[in-house]
Design a protein around this ligand. Structure first.
Ligand SMILES: *Cc1c(COP(=O)(O)O)cnc(C)c1O
Length: 396
């Protein structure tokens, strides 16, 4: 049996095998779920030593796992596997994407400073967290990579961006962003692309963050978050996770780890379907505009088409149907799509960001009320196109 640490393994093989190196020696074929909230300690002094290791970001398992909030073997497996897929030293898993973002902002503040430069558009929750300053950060929002360099200050702890961005599918040139950020570390929300299509650390980003609730889990039945980074960031993040109680539950980590095995297959099949749906939408009367990185016009710098940054366009589409009333009629008129927030599942979802995911976002950064966001699943694209055609026509 090969090991996933074998640098020669390609992404699809890593997806299947990483984080499972010891299964053979354990005599099992599927990964165990270790649910213990506490673990026996070999002695008072050794227990204290293990606690110290866990609480300061290390792996105490050579002595004892101690307590689930500090360290958990099932979570650690998912982290090892995910780090391999992102080409990172390490990864740190959390209870949700927002818990991950919270820990990264806290770590950035501790390590470098409390100022953040955020490139809009961002996921609504991220925008909201930054705009409220809830964590004691001060954020300068910019709307183009060209404005990042001027916004960076000596106390800038983090530059935050998302590509493809939520909900408009705008693309950010990572190399240009990293250059503009200078010494400030760059955090990329890589939820839409997944490591199958884009690995931000290869382009100079310090951190690649995911809502694992989406494509990683992939079946709409688990919440989680994870960030891939170097060992130093991981060492800063783990104590914050332990103190704030934000670690992923072992069952969540198990499902996310299992999700990695089919991630490349799902991502490629869903994006092939999305390409067909996007092309049909572009020709559909009643649809004013379609944003999909696989369409000419949505990828002006060749980040996808020329393979400069992404290995494919993904399976998220944004359309503009012209008004709030028409967007509502389409979202309420579909039958095969589910009208729901979230994305990245095997089934297709549709939602109007202005009313839902981007509700708390400031007016100047809120998407138009006529915009709908579609997450394409694994259904036959012809059925999805039929469903949209019917709903768009009925919307008048
Ligand atoms: C859903 C989402 C988040 C937040 O993740 P949760 O798991 O819901 O906390 C962050 N970024 C993007 C792009 C998302 O889609």
């Amino acid at each position: 049996m090969t090991t996933s640490n074998d640098a020669r393994l390609r992404l699809d093989s890593l997806a299947v095998h990483a984080g499972r190196e010891d299964l053979q020696s354990l005599g099992v074929h599927a990964t165990p779920i270790d649910l213990s909230s506490t673990s026996p300690l070999p002695g008072v002094d050794a227990g204290g030593e293990a606690y110290e290791i866990g609480a300061t970001g290390g792996d105490p398992s050579g002595i004892s796992a101690v307590y689930q909030r500090l360290w958990n073997p099932t979570v650690a497996r998912f982290e090892r596997a995910f780090a391999a897929l992102e080409g990172a030293d390490a990864a740190v898993a959390f209870a949700s994407g927002m818990a991950t973002t919270t820990a990264v902002l806290t770590a950035a503040k501790q390590r470098r400073g409390s100022h953040v430069v955020a490139l809009r558009p961002l996921y609504g929750g991220t925008d909201h967290l930054l705009a409220t300053g809830l964590l004691g950060t001060e954020t300068t929002f910019v709307d183009a990579v060209e404005h990042v360099a001027a916004a960076v200050r000596p106390d800038t702890g983090l530059v935050v961006a998302e590509t493809p961005a939520n909900p408009t599918l705008e693309l950010v040139d990572l190399a240009a962003l990293v250059a503009a950020a200078g010494a400030a570390p760059v955090l990329i929300d890589n939820t839409f692309a997944t490591p199958v299509l884009q690995r931000p650390l290869e382009h100079g980003a310090a951190l690649s963050l995911h809502s694992a609730t989406k494509y990683i889990g992939g079946h709409g039945d688990v919440m989680g978050g994870i960030v891939a980074c170097d060992d130093e960031w991981a060492h800063a993040l783990r104590p914050i996770r332990a103190i704030t109680g934000a670690i992923a539950h072992p069952f969540s980590a198990y499902l996310c780890h299992r999700g990695l095995q089919t991630l490349p297959l799902r991502v490629r099949a869903q994006q092939a379907g999305a390409q067909r749906v996007a092309e049909a939408l572009a020709a559909m009367p009643g649809v004013r505009a379609v944003r999909f990185p696989g369409l000419e016009g949505s990828d002006p710098h060749g980040l996808v088409g020329a393979g400069r940054q992404m290995a494919g366009p993904g399976s998220m589409i944004a359309i503009d149907v012209g008004s709030h009333a028409r967007a509502a009629a389409v979202a309420e008129g579909v039958r095969l799509f589910t009208h729901a927030v979230s994305l990245g599942s095997v089934d297709s979802l549709i939602q109007q960001p202005a009313s839902l995911t981007h509700r708390p976002v400031a007016a100047e950064a809120k998407p138009d009320a006529g915009v709908l966001r579609l997450s394409i699943g694994l259904e036959d694209p012809a059925d999805l196109i039929d469903d949209l055609e019917r709903a768009v026509a009925a919307a008048g």
